[in-house]
Write a protein that binds this ligand. Sequence first.
Ligand SMILES: [Zn+2]
Length: 86
Amino acid sequence: MSTRAVLRFVSWTSHPDRREDAPPVMHQMVCRTIGCPDRESEPDPDFEVVRDWSMKHSGRHPAHREFLETIVRPWRNDPPEGVVPA
Ligand SMILES: [Zn+2]
């Protein structure tokens, strides 16, 4: 007796999840100055909010001018239309 598997290869798509119920894209700024006591903004869906945080941060700490922007984007992989994954 033998076991046989049937595999089906189909092309899935990988893309940002823009469905209405998907979580929003979130932005965050992180100060790159080592030892910074207040180094992260709160995450926010509005980029201008976190950019404003970085400008105020540089205003409070004039030597802190370099940041990392972190973007968290909902993502989704889908099979072709009409294909139901097992
Ligand atoms: Zn800083």
